[in-house]
Ligand binder design. Structure first.
Ligand code: COA
Ligand code: AMP
Length: 644
């Protein structure tokens, strides 16, 4: 393969030669209030910290400096909302004013540096405003995705103790208006900790009744400060202070509070806009995700704004709002330069419009690149997108924990040849290796555990919120000196990375990261359930969907279908609709090893219709037959076959 036209190898080698020099140079793109004493200090934190001694403010870098540099009239956010039939553009100047006003409201409520603010909002500009207002005060935000329900809210509230929750009266799904207040009430009822106030953005689609003494009307409070011209300066924070906590699924129902710092995060993200996404300040960058996910934090909010680009916020779906041409309409109308989404969005479009006929109705000449991440990009989808849009389709691989791509194809440095099925090569900053279970490096082409040699680059999590030990145990202890990604895969002879599977209980449902263990914990709370196992099974649209196997307590003689539908409802109510948990199957026994471990992997293969082998350690082989039967009765795994 000819890699010579790309600056990637040179850049990666420059980072290898002098990692600190490399990142110090990239840090030049950021305004610092005080410079760092050390670019990287290995003695600080769990594995070291970036830009130690420096002070800065992320909101200043995302807003104030752009206004000062003459970008005030440029759109910062374009909100395009087919679900409400509205469009709105917010310039950098307007955003700056609104953020200051909301920061003043938060300050009035006692929010100060280091305090936590929870943000539970739909895809409206006020979600971004709340994030930036929190950052302006040096406080720490924790955004919770709107598709999560009460229990997920409660565990997060109890973990980070937010002083204030910023929320809206409702979110809008194509099929329904999602009222947030009952979800918040459920979350607060379940939580031990009680935030003092909620700032509520009333939306015309549903106006909620405020709780006396607790709720503050967003619009009234913000407008009061806007009219008064209240000035709120950016509070200097240490580069190593947290900017946000973003909870992500762990191997239990207790989500992990991934911590992101201020300094390193800005440096890596600002650089990625050039090097990976090839976007220039002033261009329109569209990430079709949600601010509740890391992809949204990094590439709807922080990276485009740090870079002085225009971010497009889309409140809609790839299909059904109103049709499978909506992405093309948005690209044409707003002159989008690059689109970033999950493969599942393209599978949804392809299903509705297999020939891509709707593309012909729009002018997509502004679009240079399509970026995909969040789940494995299947070759069919990549090839379809390439054919239909006639632009390069770039898969890249990353995690909530890293905040930016671990492996990708850096378009700004010069695109490398694409190998379909591979997110291409490790980005500078990441010394990616593949180890066997004993921690030895494996040869090219051999499947193993993908790990990153410490230290992690800027932007990656320095720890979990208030949980250094959990951070070590979850990520660092298994392979000494390395961060465990919990993804399995291989690197080929050309250095291309292939991500094949998770090594833990995480599944990806429509690009959303969910823990099957978390679902098992919820199902286990049903009074009639004795035991259960949840697995992710292949789904042509969502990539994976969860399926739960349930054993009912002895002596319970209720209708199995009734219990199954209660279990489905329980997961929806406690975790949220986003879990897409719709398959519950009652069985008499679960397949286990002789030591009592449930054989989820084999069950998954049976459900997926993939070849499977009888595990040598199985306690009773007949149980797998029973599982296959139960699935076949539901039309799942009809072609499952056992290999010798
Ligand atoms: N608030 C409340 N409910 C939400 C929600 C939100 N913010 N987001 C999703 N839900 C609900 C949906 O309405 C759906 O409910 P239902 O069971 O009543 O139908 C359920 O959660 C599952 O949602 P989703 O997985 O998004 O499925 P979908 O059928 O609504 O849409 C896709 C499928 C593929 C079109 C959609 O997932 C999508 O656009 N994905 C794009 C990429 C993306 O967002 N990736 C995230 C990380 S990059
Ligand atoms: P999240 O933390 O939600 O971003 O999910 C991270 C996980 O999603 C990774 O550990 C992978 O398992 C999966 N993932 C993300 N991007 C990709 C990709 N491009 N290819 C394969 N898997 C991916």
């Amino acid at each position: 393969m000819d890699h010579r036209s790309s600056g990637y190898h040179e850049t990666y080698a420059a980072w290898r030669r002098d990692p600190e020099g490399f990142w110090a140079e990239r840090a030049g793109a950021i305004d610092w209030f005080a410079p760092w004493d050390r670019v990287f200090d290995p003695a600080q934190g769990v594995y070291g910290r970036w830009f130690v001694g420096a002070t800065c403010n992320t909101c200043h870098n995302a807003l104030d400096r752009h206004v000062a540099a003459g970008r005030g009239d440029q759109p910062a956010i374009i909100h395009d909302s087919p679900v409400t039939g509205s469009k709105r553009t917010v310039s950098y100047r307007e955003l700056h004013e609104e953020v200051q006003a909301l920061a003043a409201v938060l300050r009035d409520l006692g929010v100060a540096k280091g305090d936590r603010v929870m943000i539970y909002m739909p895809m409206v500009p006020e979600a971004v405003i709340a994030m930036l207002a929190t950052a302006r005060l040096g406080a720490i935000h924790s955004v919770v995705f709107g598709g999560f329900a009460g229990i997920e809210l409660a565990t997060r509230i109890d973990d980070c103790h937010p002083k204030v929750i910023v929320t809206a009266s409702c979110g809008i799904e194509p099929s329904r208006v999602v009222e947030y207040m009952p979800l918040i009430a459920h979350g607060l009822e379940e939580a031990q900790f009680a935030p003092e106030h909620c700032i509520v953005l009333q939306r015309p689609e549903h106006v909620c009744a405020p709780v006396e003494g607790r709720d503050i009307d967003y619009r009234e409070a913000v407008d009061a400060h806007k009219n008064a011209g209240t000035v709120v300066d950016c509070v200097p924070v240490a580069a190593t202070d947290p900017l946000y906590i973003l909870y992500t699924s762990g191997t239990t129902g207790q989500p992990k509070g991934v911590v992101r710092d201020n300094g390193g995060h800005m440096v890596a993200l600002a650089w990625s806009m050039d090097a990976i996404y090839d976007i220039r300040p002033g261009e329109v960058f569209w990430t079709a995700s949600d601010v509740g996910w890391v992809v949204g934090h990094s590439y709807i909010v922080y990276a485009p704004l740090l870079h002085g680009a225009t971010t497009l916020m889309f409140e809609g779906k790839p299909v059904g709002t109103p049709d499978a041409g909506v992405f093309w309409r948005v690209i044409e109308e707003h002159r989008v330069a690059a689109l970033f989404t999950a493969p599942t969005a393209f599978r949804a479009i392809k299903k509705e419009d297999p020939k891509g006929a709707l593309v012909g109705d729009y002018d997509l000449s502004s679009l240079r690149t399509l970026f995909l991440a969040g789940e494995r990009a299947d070759p069919d989808t990549i090839e379809w997108a390439q054919r239909t849009l006639d632009v390069p389709v770039i898969d890249h691989w990353w995690q909530t924990e890293t905040g930016w791509a671990i492996a990708g194809n850096p378009v700004g440095l010069g695109r490398l040849p694409v190998k379909i099925g591979s997110p291409t090569v490790p980005m500078p900053g990441y010394d990616l290796q593949v180890l066997d279970d004993e921690g030895h490096r494996v040869p090219a082409g051999t499947l193993g555990n993908i790990v990153i040699k410490l230290p992690l680059p800027p932007s990656c999590l320095p720890t979990l919120w208030n949980a250094d030990e959990r951070f070590r145990a979850a990520y660092l202890d298994e392979f000494a000196g390395y961060y465990k990604t919990a993804d399995a895969g291989y690197v080929d002879e050309d250095g291309y990375v292939f991500i094949m599977a998770r090594t833990d209980d995480i599944i990806s449902v429509a690009g959303h990261r969910l823990s099957t263990g978390g679902m098992e914990e919820v199902i286990g709370r049903h009074p009639d359930v004795a035991e259960c196992a949840v697995i992710g099974i292949a789904d042509p649209l969502k990539g994976q969907v969860p399926a739960g196997f349930v054993i009912v307590n002895s002596g319970v003689d209720r209708d199995a279908a009734e219990i199954e539908s209660e279990v489905v409802r329980l997961v929806r109510e406690e975790i949220g609709p986003v879990a897409a948990f719709k398959i519950a199957v009652t069985v008499n026994r679960l397949p286990k090893t002789r030591s009592g471990k449930i054989l989820r992997g084999v069950m998954q293969k049976i459900a997926d219709g993939a070849p499977w082998k009888m595990p040598a350690t199985i306690d009773d082989p007949a149980i797998l037959e029973e599982i296959g039967e139960a699935l076949r009765a539901r039309g799942i795994g009809a072609f499952a076959r056992q290999t010798a």
